[in-house]
Design a protein around this ligand. Structure first.
Ligand SMILES: [Zn+2]
Length: 362
C-alpha cells in the first residue's frame, strides 16, 4: 500500500537543542545539509509535532553571510527584466490579498511587513487601501533604502526574532510572506508578532509546506548518504498541524489556512523516491560557485539594483486608479487559487495563512 504523502523517517539521534515548536528532546535524523561552505547541519525531525529543523541551527552571523551571498547569486542569475516582472506579479498578489480582506470587512490602517523584498506586494495592498500606512522591517539596509525610495514606506532595521518594544500594539496587520521558513526561532517570532499587533489584529503569511520542501534533501540522504547543498536558508520545514498548533499557543486563531499550488506535487515532491528530484550533493571544496565568500568578495560589485522606476513598473493597461475593478479582475485571473486543501495533509507546495490575534501574550 502506497502512503501519500510518503512518510519521512530517520534514525533516532541525540539533538543539540530541543524542538523549536514543542520543546521535544528526542529526534530522528532525516538529512544532512551544507549551508554554502558556511556550516554543515543535520536535518532533524521531531517525532512529537513533526517539525523539521536544522541542528545545529545557524547563528545570526552565518545567516546574514549566506543571505548576502544568495542575494548576489540570485540577482546575477535573474536579469533586470525578470526582476521587474516579479514586482508586477507581487503587486497583483497584493491587490488580490487586499480584496480578500475587504470581502471579510477587514480594513487595515497600520501595516507592518517583515522582509518586504521589492515592496510591491504591499504596494498592491495599498492600491486597495489608499489610506493605509506601510512600515517595512528588514535586516538588509539596501532593501530598506529601495523600499523608501520606491514606495515612501517607513522602515525599521531589524530581524523578526528580536522584539522592538517601541512598536508594541501598533499594527492592524503584520505580513510575513516567505519569512517563517528562514527564522531561527519561530516561537520568539510569533510572540513578537503577537506583541506588534493591536488586539484583534491580523497576521498574514505564506510559507512552504515543509514535507514537500525538505523532500529533495531527504532523497539525497537516502540515495547518497552525503550532505546536500543548501544555498537558501530554509532552516524550518513546517508540518501543517504543528504550525497551526503553535499559532494557537501564541494567541492566533485561523481565518484562512490552506495549501495551494500543486505543480511540484505532480512532479513527485513529497512522495516519489526518484534520484532526479534530489538536491545536488554538496561540493564545498569544489567550484567557486558554492563559496559564499567568493560571491561577497568578487561578485558584489556586479549587482545593479532595480533601475526601473515605480511608475514604469506599474505602467500596465490593467492598473488604473479610476478602474480598480479591472485591476482586481486581472489579478484574480492571474493568481487566484482554485484548488485548496488543508495544510494538515502536508500535500502541496505553499501554505497560506490569515490568522487573527485573539489573545495578547507578554
Ligand atoms: Zn516538536
Amino acid at each position: 500500500m502506497i502512503k501519500f504523502p510518503a512518510p519521512i523517517e530517520g534514525k533516532p539521534v541525540k539533538r543539540e537543542e530541543g524542538c523549536r515548536i514543542c520543546g521535544e528532546i528526542t529526534a530522528e535524523q532525516i538529512g544532512l545539509v551544507d549551508y554554502w561552505d558556511i556550516k554543515t547541519s543535520r536535518l532533524l525531525k521531531c517525532p512529537k509535532c513533526g517539525h523539521i529543523q536544522l541542528d545545529p541551527m545557524l547563528t545570526d552571523a552565518e545567516t546574514s553571510k549566506g543571505c548576502y551571498a544568495y542575494y548576489i547569486e540570485e540577482s546575477l542569475r535573474t536579469g533586470p527584466e525578470e526582476l521587474a516582472r516579479n514586482c508586477v506579479r507581487n503587486f497583483r498578489r497584493g491587490v488580490l490579498f487586499g480584496h480578500s480582506l475587504k470581502r471579510k470587512r477587514i480594513f487595515p490602517q497600520n501595516i507592518l511587513e517583515l522582509g518586504p523584498g521589492s515592496g510591491y506586494f504591499a504596494a498592491g495592498l495599498q492600491f486597495v487601501f489608499p489610506q493605509s500606512m506601510i512600515t517595512v522591517m528588514d535586516v538588509n539596509p539596501e532593501v530598506l533604502r529601495s523600499n523608501r525610495e520606491h514606495h515612501q514606506y517607513k522602515s525599521i532595521q531589524g530581524i523578526p526574532d528580536n522584539l522592538m518594544a517601541e512598536y508594541e500594539g501598533q499594527f492592524d496587520l503584520v505580513i510575513a510572506r516567505d519569512i517563517l521558513e528562514h527564522v531561527t526561532d519561530i516561537t520568539a517570532v510569533l510572540l513578537n508578532i503577537n506583541q506588534y499587533l493591536k488586539p484583534g489584529g491580523y497576521l498574514h503569511f505564506i510559507t512552504p509546506n515543509g514535507h514537500e520542501d525538505v523532500w529533495k534533501h531527504y532523497l539525497t540522504a537516502i540515495f547518497e548518504g552525503k550532505p546536500s547543498q543548501m544555498l537558501i536558508n530554509h532552516v524550518n520545514y513546517y508540518d501543517g498541524k504543528g504550525l497551526k498548533d503553535l499559532l494557537a499557543v501564541k494567541g492566533f486563531s485561523p481565518v484562512d489556512y490552506y495549501t495551494f499550488t500543486f505543480k511540484t506535487t505532480f512532479k513527485g515532491f513529497g512522495w516519489k523516491k526518484s534520484k532526479r528530484l534530489m538536491s545536488p550533493v554538496s561540493q564545498i571544496s569544489g567550484p567557486e560557485r558554492f563559496s559564499a565568500s567568493y560571491f561577497i568578495n568578487e561578485k558584489a560589485g556586479e549587482v545593479s539594483s532595480i533601475e526601473f522606476k515605480r511608475e514604469e513598473i506599474l505602467d500596465q493597461w490593467y492598473i488604473r486608479d479610476r478602474a480598480r475593478w479591472i485591476t482586481y479582475l486581472y489579478s484574480w485571473f492571474q493568481h487566484s487559487t482554485i484548488f485548496r486543501i488543508r495544510p494538515e495533509f502536508n500535500v502541496g507546495h505553499e501554505i497560506y495563512g490569515l490568522f487573527r490575534k485573539v489573545q495578547s501574550l507578554t
